[in-house]
Design a protein around this ligand. Structure first.
Ligand code: NAD
Length: 367
């Protein structure tokens, strides 16, 4: 019986509420599929600060290092808002985790079921079949990390700030490979987004991506688009894309735009894959909902657990190689929400809304 060893980091506010439902679903699936789960929970974010004095306690990092994947909730909220920026839960927990595991590829499915198009700010006539795309963002390079990064005072007394955008071939090739693998399991169609009319890094990006696909994935249809156009096209006709991938800052912005057009954050999952392999020889990854800790609804038992459950499905697919089991979980969520019409408040649109537990009960019933 295969053992799935993962660290569980629920985090703050709704984090633990939705995480316990994802674990119920995983426990149920494990019984049905004859899988053994080995997971331990640890504090992170505000919970880490409150109980251990730091957003990413050493014991939590050690637990992650022993695991084959991390199932993450979300961190932060008003309770820790007054801390200096460097100690804020999100920055002091997520950034070191990304660094520790070299999580270089962020994969966000932009999925909106046809029955939920009311959740999208786009006119439903524009997306009659919902939305089904994937946005892949390079996560460890580019302008957020390039050096020099500094603010200096000039001779005339005014201040000048500098950020540096840097990419090298190997960084571009490895994210291109993630895009190709993702596209291969879908429509074999990839759009690489850059700003090659202005930026040196984008000129290199486009050249490396073109050569990489020509050599390694000639059967995948590759197109290129400037980022300003991509932002417009995403709002105009999102389904023209299948898989889009881009560098760090462009991806930060485009993936949030995609989240908005897909409606509720309560439905969107994500995966961040590392350069390292886990003990099964598969990519080590961190899997988390796209949204935050939703302090406005925390403690009321009304948060939508679907994003966390779908993140658990992504973990099974990427870090444990269980694509068929992941497919079954995703199908169960879709059936519960779209076919059975069981909805939490964020996706109810006039229907009676159910609570967090009833939503996961409906998903388990479908499984
Ligand atoms: P948020 O994503 O927490 O909430 C935005 C809106 O979406 C809220 O109205 C919320 O109720 C709703 N929402 C989000 N998830 C939901 C769910 N599962 N079910 C139903 N509704 C849901 O964004 P915010 O309010 O800007 O941030 C709150 C806190 O979360 C902040 O401290 C922020 O720093 C943190 N945050 C953490 C992460 C992370 O841990 N990766 C990501 C984003 C924000």
């Amino acid at each position: 019986m295969p053992t799935l060893k993962f660290a569980v980091l629920p985090g703050d506010y709704i984090g633990p509420e939705v995480m316990s439902e994802a674990l119920r679903v995983l426990d149920h699936v494990a019984k049905k599929e004859n899988l053994e789960l080995s997971y331990q929970q640890a504090d992170v974010g505000g919970a880490g600060i409150d109980h251990h004095g730091k957003a990413l306690p050493d014991s939590t990092l050690a637990l992650c290092r022993e695991a084959d994947a991390i199932l993450f909730g979300s961190v932060g909220g008003p309770k820790w808002e007054k801390l200096p920026p460097k100690e804020q839960p999100e920055r002091a927990a997520l950034l070191p985790l990304r660094k520790a595991f070299n999580l270089f590829a962020n994969i966000r499915p932009g999925l909106l079921y046809p029955d939920l198009t009311d959740a999208s700010p786009l006119k439903s006539a524009r997306i009659p079949d919902g939305i089904d795309i994937v946005c892949i963002r390079e996560l460890t390079g580019g302008i957020y990390f390039g050096q020099p990064k500094t603010t200096v005072t000039l001779d005339n007394g005014e201040e000048q700030a500098i950020d540096t955008m840097v990419y090298k071939t190997s960084e571009i090739e490895r994210i291109a490979e993630v895009a190709a693998v993702t596209a291969r399991a879908r429509g074999k169609k990839v759009c690489s987004v850059d700003k090659a009319n202005v930026l040196e890094t984008s000129v290199l990006w486009r050249r490396v991506v073109t050569a990489y696909f020509a050599k390694n994935h000639p059967d995948i249809a590759l197109t290129h688009m400037y980022v300003d156009n991509a932002a417009m096209q995403l709002a105009r006709d999102p389904n023209q894309f299948d898989v889009l991938f881009t560098e760090n800052m462009f991806g930060d912005i485009l993936s949030d735009e995609m989240a908005v057009i897909c409606g509720s954050l309560g439905m969107l999952s994500s995966a961040s894959l590392g350069t390292g392999k886990n003990s099964l020889g598969l990519p080590f990854g961190l899997f988390e909902p796209a949204g935050g800790t939703a302090p406005d609804i925390a403690g009321k038992g009304v948060a939508n657990p679907c994003a966390q459950i779908l993140s658990a499905a992504m973990m099974l697919r990427y870090s444990f190689g269980l694509a068929a089991v992941a497919d079954r979980i995703e199908a169960a969520v879709r059936a519960a929400v779209a076919t059975d019409g069981v909805r939490t408040g964020d996706i109810a649109f006039g229907r009676p809304a159910v609570g967090t537990r009833a939503m996961s009960d409906a998903i388990i019933a479908r499984l």
